[in-house]
Design a protein around this ligand. Structure first.
Ligand code: GAL
Ligand code: CA
Length: 335
């Protein structure tokens, strides 16, 4: 009897697992803080009878190609790919097309001409310009909102904003566009931005820690704001600024009081949980939410619809040009 039950259980298990599809989720680099969060949200937001199997490309396109080559030989119904080199997806799409496996690209945006190679290729992401425009809003409001009369945060009172920009990985749409567009948006709002330097820190907290030390050595007290392409680099910058007494928690209550204690504005993008904590503690001035929860939901709905052959016309986040799902950024400041 006991054995019979075990056998029945085993049969049930086999029966069930047959219906659960596995979808490979190929991430560009597990070390990336934002992608760590995003990956968990994707895997946890499952909207049907399937599961994700995650892979780490270790920031190498060669490794990623090997992973994709092997999963494409295994006839999965769909692939979700966070490309290492967004400009290098051509062979991935050609191969997927040849075995008829649709692909959803995420976070690192391939060129339109590549996405147009095959109809079953999609991209879920956000428009970098929007994050720059929200960041520009945060910066200009901080300096009082009136371009002809900046407030007390214009430390040298020259009515210009002396800024340091921390740039992400060169070539990444978010690094290139956020860096360029934040300057343009601030100037469009009538403010004069004096960019002292743009430091490339590859979206990385540890690289930003080092780069910030160089900035401090070169510019001392000349900068009035640090505009970072992402939160990880903003957190790195804050660590170094703290070590150099730009932030001092004089009464040691764990919180920077902006009225009475030294601080300097640092603004990020992403809305990582540690960044939100730093905002609450007064260290990070603000951030822009790069809405990975909404993206995870969009990816899951699209996945569910594709593997069940459902029409892609009534998704919560609409499919644009039969290819793109765009998720809005959101402002996050203490107020
Ligand atoms: C950006 C994000 C960065 C980094 C990058 C990786 O959208 O803001 O923090 O995660 O994606 O591709
Ligand atoms: Ca100034």
């Amino acid at each position: 009897m006991k054995y019979l039950l075990i056998i029945i259980n085993l049969l049930l298990l086999v029966g069930c697992s047959k219906n659960v599809e596995t979808i490979p989720l190929v991430i560009y680099d597990y070390e990336d803080l934002y992608m760590q969060d995003f990956r968990t949200l994707i895997v946890d937001n499952i909207s049907g009878d399937y599961q994700f199997a995650s892979y780490d490309s270790k920031n190498s396109q060669v490794i990623q190609n090997e992973i994709i080559e092997s999963v494409l030989n295994n006839t999965y119904p769909l692939l979700v790919v966070n490309p290492v080199d967004r400009l290098g997806v051509y062979p991935i799409i050609e191969k997927a097309k040849s075995v008829n496996t649709p692909i959803i690209f995420i976070n690192r945006e391939p060129l339109k001409e590549d996405l147009d190679l095959w109809e079953h290729v999609y991209y879920v992401g956000a428009k970098a310009e929007q994050s720059a425009s929200i960041q520009a809003e945060i910066v200009t409001e901080l300096f009082g909102g009136n371009p002809s009369n900046l407030n007390q945060y214009d430390l040298n009172q020259d009515n210009k904003i002396q800024a340091i920009i921390l740039k992400g990985e060169p070539g990444h749409q978010d690094a290139e566009i956020r860096t360029e567009a934040v300057v343009e948006y601030i100037e469009d709002l009538g403010f004069t931005l004096d960019v002292l330097t743009i430091q490339e820190a590859y979206f990385s907290q540890t690289i930003a820690e080092e780069e910030m030390q160089n900035v401090i050595d070169d510019f001392g007290t000349q900068f009035e704001v640090i505009i970072s392409n992402n939160d990880a680099m903003a957190i790195g910058a804050i660590n170094t600024l703290k070590e150099n007494d730009y932030f001092v928690d004089t009464n040691e209550n764990g919180i920077i009081n902006r009225e009475t204690e030294p601080w300097i504005p640092v603004i990020g993008i992403d809305g990582l949980p540690p960044a939100i904590n730093l905002i609450e503690q007064g260290y990070l001035y603000g951030t822009v939410i790069n809405d990975s929860a909404a993206m995870a939901q969009a990816i899951n709905e699209l996945t569910y619809s594709i593997i069940n052959n459902l029409p892609l016309t009534d998704l919560t986040y609409p499919l644009i040009d039969e290819t793109y799902i765009w998720i809005d950024y959101k402002k996050y400041t203490p107020e």
